[in-house]
Design a protein around this ligand. Sequence first.
Ligand code: NAD
Length: 282
Amino acid sequence: MSLAFGTDLNGKVAVVTGAGGVLCGMFAKTLAKSGAKVAVLDLNEEAAESVAKEIVAEGGVAKAYKANVLDKTNLEEVHAKVLVDLGPCDLLLNGAGGNNPRATTTKEYFEMGDIEADTISFFDLDQAGVEFVFNLNFIGTLLPSQVFAKDMIGREGCNIINVSSMNAYTPLTKIPAYSGAKAAISNFTQWLAVHFSKVGIRVNAIAPGFFVTKQNEKLLFNEDGSPTARSQKILNATPMGRYGEAEELNGALLFLANNDAAGFVTGVVIPVDGGFSAYSGV
Ligand code: NAD
């Protein structure tokens, strides 16, 4: 992976949550390639280890930690380890997040007869499922910020980067909890940016549009390579008419992480979406 431009993070410590995953694994590698020592945090220890190993194999500095973004005591234990292993956190990337089938309706629109039908309608959404999704995305961003941003107080050039989504602007059909939770992330990004503005901690977010990853490939494309029905809707709603490549998120990350370039930028959510969030559909 070659980086679009340079951001010198030598001497910095970056903590990335959800870093065993597709996008945040890439973010962790990008930060390491820019010189940061990276704490690779994930609930899935094996996935975290694998990303850390890759970074080290490429000459970077990284260490994996099993961490649950919903457990403050666990995060504090991990924080203590990171302090000893790598040092205080300069950059926190809150990446852990996602949706869950228990908080997803089967159909886009409610129609007569759906209450009796063998589908999950709005009325069947499971409270625990909805809470799970809200907590994972929102509380899972708030708690690591509480734990790791303490390192940033009184030190220069520190910042937090959250991960929002297209559904924060306008909800996507079927996924009300994930949409609401990501809207909360964008809102919280602004709130925390204001709250920390007097102590020099910048807080921003990246809102990825639609990216093909190994995980969603099968949902987006039929076996013959043609787009599925939902995939075609996404492409129709993306003025650039294509999916993003995960590496295309790196420019926003490197910009926000760069104190020379983005030193006066706080409280923004940068869409990287081929125009999806700008397009009304007409
Ligand atoms: P992913 O599923 O590959 O990665 C998420 C990672 O979070 C996984 O490794 C998982 O083990 C970890 N995780 C889950 N629960 C956790 C917990 N309680 N504590 C710590 N780690 C936990 O997902 P991704 O596609 O790489 O998404 C990363 C972020 O980007 C998420 O916040 C997601 O909502 C957001 N996002 C993704 C897309 C996309 O197109 N993939 C679009 C918009 C936003």
